[in-house]
Design a protein around this ligand. Structure first.
Ligand code: ATP
Ligand code: TZE
Ligand code: MG
Length: 286
């Protein structure tokens, strides 16, 4: 079956089994091709993000110096830009890397961490959104704030104060205005191109108690989009589901957030076809 045929099959027939096969197909492709994912990310997330990418079979590179962008970014298969510990010194690197990725027709993914924390962050984020990200992935509060492009008084930190269904309309509107696929994480992850909405229902609540799981899944989305650039909606849905499944399997061995972090990475590394095919829970919402 061709890559495109697999994509059309999953979109046309939303059955869990077909999505399970699609998720396995894309995970296998990540393992076979080991896409190089350049991450300009926050200090908190660097370790978990790099290890999650490695466990999935991708190749991480935390390269953020402006002096290296022109040489390095064209060689990366995808770029992940994360605003978590944004500083004025890093913003030019982010913009330059996005421009270099665009010149090389590489996908780039934006994680608008705590976008409403400050006017500086919101302005920086809106400037990046205008540069045509392939995918934007955030928690519900971030997507709601970014979509309305104004500061939300009761949510200024990195954690979400909303549930993911609250953010679906904001995600659709942000997808329409930005041209990006928009993903909202939560108990159910929602993924939309502004018209179609897909739900991915894998994961465990304890994942929220490990800092940077959201950042890590954004980088995993970059790896999946790198191997399926023609269908970022499906690649994003599969990456979210696979990461959630690793969390479910990890939770079977964990005693709390610290051991879940370890077992989740082990589970991501050890995923088998049967487990993915039978446990991935993706469906078409509308
Ligand atoms: N209640 C939940 N049940 C199951 N899975 C969840 C739940 N909440 C979040 N997740 C999963 O946890 C991961 C992180 O999502 P979350 O919404 O916490 O991101 P985030 O707030 O951006 O995290 P961070 O900023 O710490 O990186 C995602 O894979 C998501 O699917
Ligand atoms: C805790 C924290 N602060 C800035 S980035 C980050 C990681 C989760 O997004
Ligand atoms: Mg986040």
């Amino acid at each position: 079956m061709s890559d495109m045929a697999g994509g059309e099959e999953a979109a046309a027939d939303g059955s869990a089994a077909r999505w399970g096969r699609r998720a396995w197909e894309l995970l296998e492709r990540v393992r076979a091709r080991a896409p190089l994912v350049q991450c300009i990310t926050n200090f908190v997330s660097m370790d978990l993000m790099a290890n999650a990418l490695l466990a999935a079979g991708a190749s991480p590179a935390m390269v953020h110096s402006l002096c290296e962008i022109d040489d390095f970014t064209p060689r990366a298969d995808a770029l992940c830009v994360n605003l978590g510990t944004l500083s004025d010194g890093w913003l030019p690197s982010m913009r330059a890397a996005v421009a270099a990725a665009a010149r090389s027709s590489r996908p780039w993914i934006l994680d608008p961490v705590a976008v409403s924390a400050s006017e500086f962050r919101m302005e920086a984020c809106l400037g990046l959104v205008a540069l045509w990200p392939t995918v934007i992935r955030g928690n519900p509060s971030e997507i709601i704030a970014l979509s309305s492009a104004c500061r939300v008084r009761d949510s200024k930190g990195v954690d979400s104060f909303h549930e993911s269904p609250d953010a679906v309309e904001s995600a659709k509107s942000l997808a329409q205005s930005s041209g990006a696929i928009v993903a909202v994480s939560g108990a159910t992850d929602f993924i939309t191109d502004g018209q179609i909405v897909v739900a991915a229902q894998n994961g465990v609540a304890m994942m929220q108690k490990i800092t940077a799981t959201g950042c890590a899944v954004t980088a995993l989305i970059a790896a999946f989009v790198a191997v399926e650039p023609s269908n970022p909606l499906e690649a994003t849905s599969c990456a979210l589901s696979i990461f959630g499944l690793a969390g479910e399997l990890g939770m079977e061995m964990a005693n709390g957030p610290a051991s879940l972090r370890v077992h989740m990475i082990d589970s991501l590394h050890g995923l088998h076809e049967h487990t993915v095919a039978s446990r991935v829970k993706i469906s078409l919402v509308s």
